[in-house]
Write a protein that binds this ligand. Structure first.
Ligand code: ADP
Length: 210
């Protein structure tokens, strides 16, 4: 399994970033957060950021035509297995990813689904802060500076109530069907992601034999 890339599936605030980063930090994986990349692009005013802005402002998914080339380009720059946090989010993205792996002669990625009840997600999102530079996530009450890189810890613009509900709907409609897609092919590990980040990390490593 250690040679296989992993994709993290889960509703907004389910812990994809926290768990994906931790697993990648143990070594052996490159890590990409597509949400983090989009927010950096927006802050830097790049063309990608401007394309994504209206969608992010409405709490909607950014179109596949923007996302797929962006991620495939990233893959061209790394070596070895990767952890993807936030990609794929649609069936078209999952199929494009498989096609890219196939044409590169790589084993198809395995998926991890972090399952969390919606009430818990709403509670979490109300308190979360993200580093504006490296996208490390903590909750309110922690330091104002990022413990990883010293950047400022800020509330994400898309973490307000209206946008959050819209992101949850997008997740249900477009991303949740991917659980079935990967499960049918025996490429899914389900984690009930309700305990502490440490406990979830331990369960994840044990289930993935990492
Ligand atoms: P969360 O998992 O908390 O929703 P992310 O940081 O992963 O946060 O993503 C934030 C937003 O970026 C998403 O709500 C969506 O609008 C956009 N986004 C990120 N990845 C994708 C993707 N693969 N396809 C479409 N939109 C995406």
């Amino acid at each position: 399994m250690s040679q296989q890339s992993l994709v993290f599936l889960g509703a907004p605030a389910s812990g994809k970033g926290t768990q994906g980063r931790r697993l990648a930090d143990r070594g052996g994986f490159s890590y990409l957060s597509t949400g983090g990349l989009l927010r950096s692009a927006q802050r830097d005013g790049t063309e990608l950021g401007e394309k994504a802005r209206p969608f992010l402002d409405r709490g909607e998914y950014v179109p596949d035509e923007v996302m797929v080339p962006m991620v495939i380009e990233w893959f061209g720059q790394i070596e070895g297995p990767a952890i993807l946090d936030g990609f794929p989010r649609t069936l078209a993205q999952a199929e494009a990813l498989d096609a890219a792996f196939e044409s590169a002669g790589l084993p198809l990625p395995h998926s991890v689904f972090l399952e969390v009840p919606y009430e818990e997600l709403r509670r979490r999102v109300a308190g979360r802060l993200e580093c504006e530079i490296c996208h490390w996530v903590t909750s309110r009450g922690h330091a104002e500076e990022c413990s990883k890189c010293g950047g400022a810890m800020v509330t994400r613009a898309d973490d307000n109530v209206v946008r959050f509900e819209s992101r949850l709907k997008e997740f249900e409609r477009l991303t949740f069907p991917l659980v079935g897609f990967y499960e049918e092919q025996g490429r899914l590990t389900l984690i009930e992601a309700l305990g502490s980040p440490d406990d979830i990390h331990t369960e994840l490593r044990s289930k993935l034999s990492l």
